[in-house]
Ligand binder design. Structure first.
Ligand SMILES: Nc1nc2c(c(=O)[nH]1)N[C@H]1C(S)=C(S)[C@@H](COP(=O)(O)O)O[C@H]1N2
Ligand SMILES: [Mo]
Length: 242
């Protein structure tokens, strides 16, 4: 299954989100594959530092630098099986992620080690490629949010966010930051990191695609862009390997 769902090359017709599956959230269409996707599909995945770290910083009494291999220990590892929803209307069903629940990370690591501000309202999660997303702490602490290092029984690949990614199934893909290396704690809500395209909550069930624009209009604008974006993103992944 891993092979067929995460192929190196896609047939273009597998990247067209046209299938209306039962129980999909509003405006979403099902894909049978899990493509690599991004705002900037020409960019290959970032190179990983020799000794990757996770930094927790911002409104904290003490900054924390954790060597990445130790972040997901065996004690609190959990699996989450969830559908993945990109704001551009494609959904891949039933992905099995494994990692550290963000709420365990927050309560057992960040709170004791960093002393976050009692007024914390948000975290900004940043990837090694510079992608950033603002999450309300309330959304990040949902029980199905993970700092994941495995997908469908295998270590995360560069395509899908190695070495560590945030998985927040109830929020659109742009909150599911890949290649996580930094988490900033904020008391006040910081400006969005993707500009007005980023909704503060981005809850899929409520179709919070965009901070201002009508989500129904956006469906029509985004959907035709999916096959091309996914194909280019796969091409830049292959090019990055050479
Ligand atoms: N670091 C990083 N994380 C990212 C992105 C990105 O470009 N860089 N793109 C986001 C978007 S828009 C989506 S839909 C998902 C896609 O995840 P996938 O490539 O594993 O399918 O990653 C999200 N997280
Ligand atoms: Mo996305």
């Amino acid at each position: 299954m891993t092979e067929s769902r995460h192929p190196d090359r896609h047939r273009l017709r597998d990247l067209v989100p046209w299938r209306r599956g039962a129980g999909l959230p509003p405006g979403q269409r099902e894909l049978g594959v899990f493509p690599r996707f991004s705002d900037d599909p020409l960019k290959p995945p970032p190179r990983l530092p020799a000794e990757p770290e996770l930094v927790v910083t911002g409104a904290v009494e003490r900054e924390l630098r954790l060597p990445l291999p130790g972040v997901v220990g065996p004690a609190r590892r959990a699996d989450v099986v969830a559908d993945f929803h990109c704001v551009t209307t494609w959904t891949t069903r039933g992905l099995r992620w494994s990692g550290l629940p963000f709420c365990a990370f927050w309560h057992h690591v960040v709170e004791p080690a960093c002393g976050p501000s009692p007024d914390t309202s948000c975290v900004v999660v940043e990837g090694l490629d510079g992608a950033r997303a603002v999450l309300l702490l309330e959304d990040a602490l949902a029980p199905d949010v993970l700092l994941a290092d495995r997908l469908d029984g295998e270590p995360l690949t560069p395509a899908h966010g190695a070495p560590l990614r945030l998985v927040s199934p109830r929020q659109y893909g742009y909150k599911n930051v890949k290649h996580v290396h930094r988490i900033e704690v904020h008391a006040a809500v910081p400006p969005s990191t993707y500009g007005p395209k980023e909704h503060l909550r981005a809850r899929v069930d409520l179709e919070e695609r965009h901070s201002t624009t009508d989500p129904r209009l956006l469906r029509a604008v985004y959907r035709p862009l999916v096959p091309l974006t996914a194909a280019v993103s796969a091409w830049s992944l292959r090019r990055g390997r050479r």
